[in-house]
Design a protein around this ligand. Structure first.
Ligand code: NDP
Length: 395
């Protein structure tokens, strides 16, 4: 029986994780759940899954959470804030931590899981994008296990040989082929993109996801963040990663070998497959996902990515080549710009502009510790907010 902590339980990945885990009550025990502000939803999950701990990240809502748990005579222990999240990620009775908080807020609790030597099921790509080497060092030092949940990275992991950590070239790998659907605006005229609304951007053709990652998919910043994530997870660099646009989202990514073989992982666009894979690895469990019907799909297509249409791809690649705190600056500026867009304050095409200007205005530096990363994350947020203010005043 493995004890499971789900950071971000009320979100899209969190709910899918609970769905898969609850199909196997003999294998997984839900020990702890967290949310940011959805107290009622968190309490509903507590009633259904009976964890030992519930954490509400927004400290102002702890009293409300305690009151609601009291009203139902629940014995669930309520905690709050970053400390509460770090506590549940490090509990001795927790074996697996699903890192499914969105954005930079997930960094510290995910690092706490690494420092406690847990199996980390990593959905929160922003944490790895920001802290790269520091995060990977903590995983290694503390014998933690890092299993990717992002469907692309999970697919790559499934297509790699067992000892790929000796080096991709040494393992006979010539390229990682990172697929992406191209999002909802792959074929839309660029002139029509300026007036895109948040709801249009969040209507992904194949995947149902949280709003932030949906916008990232529409700008293709998501693919950019995934390039950075792949560099850290698989110890490689952008020269060895080719983004392949594959509109059907049936192939979740591929690995090309020196003998000409290309291994691919295929499946439905349903996150329960990578979640089940990472929960049960190296075994396999039932996930509730519908079987793939190749005859119904009939056709698979591939295209080169369009870097003009999607400047965020270029910005992400440039930032990982630059290294140090540059990816953290890129990520922070993007989080601020996306939040502003979702709030109807910034235009869709200005997301890339804000990220690019923030990277231009703020010099990055080497990241020796978390301090440099968190300081530059904060400076980038302030800079991006200032740039957005100026941009809004221009119109
Ligand atoms: P959602 O927006 O659906 O859920 C986010 C979760 O994080 C919620 O539980 C939310 O709580 C919580 N949260 C939000 N802000 C904070 C904060 N400041 N502090 C603590 N908790 C917070 O996101 P997704 O599930 O879509 O995505 C989660 C992560 O997984 C992202 O990093 C994303 O890139 C990655 N991912 C997602 C995929 C998907 O299919 N959805 C696919 C691959 C990767 P509350 O509900 O209270 O706001």
């Amino acid at each position: 029986m493995k004890g499971l902590c789900i950071l971000g339980a009320t979100g899209s990945i969190g709910v899918n994780t609970l769905d898969v885990a609850s199909r196997h009550p003999d294998k997984y025990k839900i020990v702890a759940l967290s949310a940011n502000s959805q107290v009622e939803r968190l309490v509903e999950l507590c009633i259904k899954y009976q964890p030992e701990y519930a954490v509400i990240a927004d400290e102002n809502l702890l009293e409300d959470l305690e009151k609601q748990l009291n009203n139902i005579n629940s014995s669930v222990k309520a905690l709050s804030g970053i400390e509460g999240l770090e506590t549940i990620a490090s509990l001795p009775q927790v074996d697996y931590v699903m890192a499914a908080i969105v954005g930079a807020a997930g960094l510290k609790p995910t690092l706490a899981a690494a420092r406690s030597g847990k199996r980390i099921l990593l959905a929160n790509k922003e944490a790895l994008v920001m802290s790269g080497q520091i995060f990977m060092d903590e995983v290694k030092k503390n014998n933690a296990e890092l299993l990717p949940i992002d469907s692309e990275h999970n697919a790559i992991f499934q297509c790699l040989p067992e000892h790929y950590d000796k080096g991709l070239a040494e393992s006979g790998i010539t390229k990682i082929l990172l697929t992406g659907s191209g999002g909802p605006f792959r074929t839309k005229a660029i002139s029509e993109l300026s007036d895109i609304t948040p709801n249009q951007a969040c209507a992904h053709p194949n995947w149902s996801m949280g709003r932030k990652i949906s916008v990232d998919s529409a700008t293709m910043m998501n693919k950019g963040l995934e390039i950075i994530e792949a560099c850290w997870l698989f110890n490689t660099n952008p020269d060895n990663i080719q983004v392949v646009i594959h509109p059907q989202s049936v192939i979740h990514s591929m690995v090309q070998y020196s003998d000409g073989s290309v291994l691919a992982q295929l499946g439905q666009p349903d996150m329960r497959t990578p979640i089940a894979h990472a929960l049960s690895w190296p075994e396999r469990i039932e996930s509730g996902v519908e079987k793939l019907d190749l005859f119904a799909i009939a056709k698979l297509e591939f295209e080169k990515p369009d870097y003009e249409r999607f400047p965020c791809l270029r910005l992400a690649e440039e930032s990982i080549r630059k290294g140090g705190t540059a990816p953290a600056i890129l990520n922070a500026a993007n989080e601020v710009a996306v939040a502003s867009f979702l709030d109807n304050k910034l235009k869709f095409l200005d997301i890339a502009y804000i990220v690019e200007q923030t990277l231009k205005n703020l010099p990055s530096r080497a990241a020796y510790s978390l301090n440099e990363i968190l300081e530059d994350d904060l400076s980038a947020r302030k800079e991006a907010e200032q740039l957005i203010k100026l941009r809004v005043e221009e119109f």
